[in-house]
Design a binder for this molecule. Structure first.
Ligand SMILES: *Cc1c(COP(=O)(O)O)cnc(C)c1O
Length: 466
């Protein structure tokens, strides 16, 4: 499989290269040159497979030329063996139409584990082959940091340096990062805000003194391999609900548009999907873009669903590329305009292409609380605030009663106990496997909010590139 940039530049890369590269050099995102497609009979034959075997079937076309089927299976077995549920992503039922796909059974209790546990092992596999070493540098306000740290902890040939703003992440979030004691994990609490931490990370990526010595990389959701891993659970859910003969709809709590774009990929691969509902909180740039074509940023409003508090959805570019006729030159120009003015209108082709599959909905704090209360009172299910936004959108969607709607449960409720307790009166406990989080030893370095201090720390501890 060959991968090209959404902005038309550079030469096509293979799967190994796009996994290690992340962003394309022209600022675009990598997408497969063409979508692999399964016939209805091939999809029907996937029914009843284990999660790992299904993952191998769905991902094989994307990794072709870079991994053998046995290598892919081995990586999947090790990645998904760390999940606390044998089904990996089990489906539960709310009522005759509403379903929940539980994506939070991984080590850090959020759906990001599904992709990152595999990505960490892909890094290790490819770096061993090339005898190289990777230095991952990131800033986190909470969830992504812990999932990324867990994914690479103890992996060979990878070090991770994760910056967080000192005193400004929750105790659970901090401990999920700082209690990972593997020697290749460096947690750094900086004096300053998340934006300060993020600015220092961005500076390191363009600091030639650092990039000349270290192979510096990121693990954010622009990495194609993350999206690829997420395609699998759309197949898993649809197959259980009668696919491919019966269409299924999905409602996806959305931030960076990575998770829901994976659903779009599943549809391009032949999975019959009725509709993809993009559920946002009050930070609703995607809802505005999909309902009126207006993609313009505002200021971020903090909510009880912090992983969706973003204004620019990096993966949206992939959809605009695919729906807009795959014209990299035109998209590069459109994105340059957006980067300059922080606003753009979608083209007619982009709007029409998107509307074939996507609808959108926005939930405010009341909608979110009511969805959590409904799930608790009517179905005995405690859900987290992000999932509640998806459930609100699913319950208000105009979709025929015969079509099941699957809400993606993106985080375990115990990650957000205060918001859940406010809405339901019940305080969710951490699951047993992480129940001792508050007894575990913590390790982190505290550094001033000063770029030179951070760069010196990374240079002292990282392994130079081959
Ligand atoms: C990251 C995250 C999201 C948003 O996912 P995207 O792929 O960025 O759209 C939603 N919910 C939770 C709990 C998350 O951690």
């Amino acid at each position: 499989m060959e991968y090209i940039s959404t902005r038309g530049g550079g030469t096509p890369l293979n799967f190994e290269q796009v996994t290690l590269a992340g962003l394309a050099p022209d600022g675009g995102l990598y997408v497969p040159r063409a979508w692999p497609c399964f016939s209805e009979a091939e999809i029907a034959a996937m029914r009843g497979l284990s999660y790992v075997e299904l993952a191998v079937r769905v991902m094989t076309p994307f990794v072709e030329g870079s991994l053998t089927e046995d290598e892919l299976r081995d990586l999947c077995m090790r990645a998904y063996g760390r999940f606390a549920h044998a089904a990996v992503t089990p489906l539960t039922q709310f009522d005759e139409q509403q379903w929940l796909l539980e994506l939070f059974h991984g080590p850090t209790l959020a759906f990001k584990d599904v992709a990152l546990q595999l990505l960490g092992r892909l890094f290790e596999h490819f770096l061993k082959k090339s005898h190289d070493h990777l230095t991952i540098v990131g800033a986190t306000s909470g969830d992504t940091g812990s999932a990324a740290i867990d994914a690479v902890a103890g992996r060979e040939r990878v070090d991770i340096f994760m910056l967080h703003p000192k005193g400004r992440v929750s105790d659970v979030q901090r401990r999920q990062m700082t209690t990972v004691l593997a020697p290749n994990v460096y947690n750094i609490a900086i004096d300053g805000s998340f934006d300060d931490a993020q600015a220092m990370v961005k500076r390191m990526f363009v600091d030639q003194d650092m990039t000349g010595r270290f192979r510096i990389s990121a693990v954010n959701s622009i990495n194609w391999a993350r999206l690829m891993a997420q395609v699998v659970y759309y197949f898993a859910a649809a197959l259980q609900l009668g696919g491919p003969e019966r269409k299924v709809a999905f409602s996806v709590p959305t931030g960076n548009f990575g998770d829901v774009f994976a659903g779009y990929v599943a549809a391009q691969m032949g999975l019959p999907i009725e509709q993809l509902i993009v559920a946002t909180n009050v930070n609703d740039i995607l809802h505005r873009a999909l309902s009126s074509g207006d993609y313009s940023t505002g200021t971020v409003t903090p909510t009880a669903a912090p992983s969706m508090d973003i204004q620019v959805s990096s993966n949206f570019e992939r959809l605009l590329f695919d729906c807009g006729g795959r014209d990299g030159q035109a998209l590069a120009e459109q994105m340059r305009g957006f980067e300059a003015s922080k606003a753009m209108m979608l083209t007619n082709a982009q709007r029409e292409g998107a509307s074939a599959l996507f609808t959108s909905a926005r939930a405010d704090a009341n909608d979110m609380g009511r969805a959590m209360a409904w799930a608790a009172d009517k179905c005995g299910e405690i859900i987290d605030p992000h999932t509640a936004i998806g459930l609100h959108a699913a319950r208000h969607a105009e979709i025929d009663k015969s079509v099941p709607i699957v809400t993606l449960a993106t985080a375990h409720p115990s990650k957000f106990p205060d918001a859940v307790e406010r809405a339901t009166g019940q305080r969710p406990a951490l699951p047993g496997r992480v129940g001792d989080l508050f007894q575990r030893e913590e390790r982190m370095s505290e550094l001033p909010g000063d770029y030179d201090a951070i760069a010196a720390f990374v240079a002292e501890h990282a392994t130079p590139s081959a």
